[in-house]
Design a protein around this ligand. Sequence first.
Ligand code: C2E
Ligand code: MG
Ligand code: MG
Length: 678
Amino acid sequence: MEPCGYGAFMSVFRGLQLSIQQAVMLAVATAVIGPLLLLWPLDQAITRQTQEPLLEQSRRASLLLTAATLVEPLWSIDETATARVAREALEEPAVLGLRLIENRPDAKPLLFMREGAELQGSIVLHTELLREGERLGRLEMHFDPAQIDRLLTERLQSSLLMAAAQTLFGLTVLTWVLYRRLAKPIGKLMQQASGLATRGQQGRVSWGRRDELGELGTHLNAVHDQIDTLFEQLQTQKTEIEQVALYDALTGLPNRTLFAELARSAVASARRDGSQLALLFVDLDRFKAVNDAFGHPGGDHLLRELATRLQASLREADVVCRHSGDEFLVLLHGVRGREVVAATADRLLQALEAPVDIDGREAVITASIGIAIFPDDAADHETLVRHADTAMYVAKRLGRDRHSFFREEFDELLKATQALEHELEVALAQDQFELHYQPQVGAADGITAGCEALIRWRHPERGLVPPGSFISAAEQCGLIADIGAWTLRTACRQIAAWKAAGVPFGSVAVNVSALEFRSRRLLDTLASAMAEHGVQAHELELEITESVLMTDTDSAQRILSRLRELHMPLAVDDFGTGYSSLAYLKNLRPSKLKIDRSFVRHIEDDPDDRVIVQAIVSLAHSLGIRVVAEGVETEGQRAFLRDIGCELIQGYLVSRPQPAADAARFMCGAREPEDAVA
Ligand code: C2E
Ligand code: MG
Ligand code: MG
C-alpha cells in the first residue's frame, strides 16, 4: 500500500537518519518558522484593516493642511508661493500629485506632479478652497494607492528580520543548551557504552552531573562494575573448568584429553621433521591390593607420589598423563633408538619400585610398561596408545614388573585373549564348567584320604579344556573370583551328595587362586556354601600356592587368620616351585604340603630331586605337617615316597582326575589298599 499522510512523513523522516542533535535543531527551527509562516497572512489582513482608516485620515489631514496653506497665495494670486506650497505637499511620499482649479475666470487649472508618477488609479481627494466665505477654487490631491502595500512590505521585512534574529538567537541558545545538556553527555554515554561493549578503557566514566543522563551514566558505571566482577568470576571459573577439563584432579598431571592434544601435535611435528616418538603405557601391578591394604586414601597418596616420581624421572619436554585409575601415559620426544627408550622405561620402573611411605607403613608396587614407537608401530596417536596398551598387556603376561615393545603379532594375541575372556563369561553364564576329582591315597596303604577338585571347561566346540588353558586368563580379567565361587559351591554340593550317598571321600581339596585372597568375598562365599550344604570344616580343604603366603597385603593376611580361626584345613600347593619360605610355613601351619610334580617326576633317577623331596618331607614332619606327593605315575616313585615317609600320593598311578560319579566309584571300590594301588 502507498504510504500516505503521517505515515509517509514519518517514513521520509526516518529515511533522513538524523542524529538527535539534528532532529532537535530541525524541530526548533520548525517551531519558530512554522508559526511565523502561518500567522503572516493573518497579520497582513489585520494590519491592512487597522492601517487603512489611519492612512485615510492622514490623507485627509494632508489635503486639509495643503488646502489651508494654499488659501493665502491664491487669494493674493502669488503664483510662486502657490507652487512652493504645492512642492512642499509633494514632498510627502504618499502624495503623487495635486490639481488646483481656481475660480478666477481666466485662470487655468494647475497640475503639480511627482516626477515619474502615474495618476491613473490613484486615490483622489478634493476640497473647496474658501477664504472668509469666498470660494477661491478647488484642490484635488492624488494619493499613492500602493502606500498600504509598501507599509505591509516594510512591516513584513521588519517581522522577518525579527523572526530571523529570534530564530538565530533561539537556535544559538538552544544549541548551546542542547550541546551542554544533551549532545555532550550523549556523546559521553555513547563512548561509555562502546567502551562497555568492547571491554575497553572507557567503560567507566566519571559523572559529576545529577540530571537524567548523569544518572544513566552512573547506572552504566554500576553495570560496568558488575560486568567487571562477572568477567573476573568467569575468568576464574574458566581457569577452574580448564583445570578440571584438562588436568587430573588427583595428581595434577595432564589428563587424557590434554595428553591427546599434545600427543597429536607431537606426532604432527615428528612427521614433519622425521623424528621418532615413543609412547609408554605404564600400568601399576596389583594396585588393587594397595587399595585393599591401605584404603582408598592410601591408594590416592601412592598415585600422587608415583605421578611425582614419573615426572621427576623424565625430561621437561616429555609429557606424562594419568590415563585412568592406575594407568599413566608417557610421551618421549626425539627418541634415538629402542635401547634409549628401553633404558628410560627401566629407569621409570626403578623409580616406581622404591617403597612409598603411607602413614608410616611402606608400600611397594611394581609396574608393567608397554612401548609403541612412532612411526614404526603406528602412524597416529590413537593407534600408538592402543599398541602401547597391547604391549603393556604382554608385559603383564610375561610376569609384570617389566617393559615390552609392541610387535605386530601382539595384536592377534590380544584379540585371542579377549575372545577367550569373553568365552569364559559365556561359560560361567551357561554353566559349562565341571569339577573332576582326583583321589589322594595313603602311600603305604592306598586308602583314600581325600580328593582334589580340579576344574574342567566343557567347551561346546573344543571339548574338555584343562584349567591350564584358562585359569590364568580368568585371573587376568578378574573372572577368577566368580569361577572360584562356583568351584567352592559345586565342591560343597558334591560333599553333601557324597555324604548322603555314604561315599568315603575323606575331604575335598579345592584350589583357590592367590587373587581370591584380595577380597573378603572368598570368606563370604565359603561360609554361605558350607552353611547351605551342611559342610564341616574338616570335610573341605583349601589349596593355596606359596604366593598367597608371601602376599603382604592386609586382606590376604586377614583372610588367612580368619581361616585358621575357623579351623579350615589348608594345603600349600606346588611346594618347592616358589619361595619355599620356611618362616611362612611356621606361621601358617598348613595341614598339608603338596610336593610339586616337577620334583616327583625324576625322583627315580635324579639324586638331587630325591634329596630335595626327602628334605621337604622331613621339614614338613618336623613342623607336624602331612605331605602329599603330586604327579605320582610309577610304582617306583610310590615306593620311594613311601620309604621316606611321605604320607599321601596323588597321581595317574592311583587315578586320573575323573567326573564325580567315577571318582565316587573309585573311592567306594578302593577301600582295599591293594586294589587301589594296583
Ligand atoms: P594343581 O593344583 O597342582 O593340580 C594338579 C595337577 O596335576 C592337575 O592338573 C592334575 O590333573 C595333574 N596331575 C595329577 N596327577 C598327575 C600325574 O600323575 N601326571 C601328570 N602329568 N599330571 C598329573 P590340572 O587338572 O590340569 O590342573 C592344573 C592346575 O590348575 C592345578 O594344579 C591348579 O593349580 C589349577 N586348578 C585346577 N582346578 C582349579 C580350580 O578350581 N581353581 C583354581 N584356582 N585353580 C585350579
Ligand atoms: Mg592343587
Ligand atoms: Mg599342584
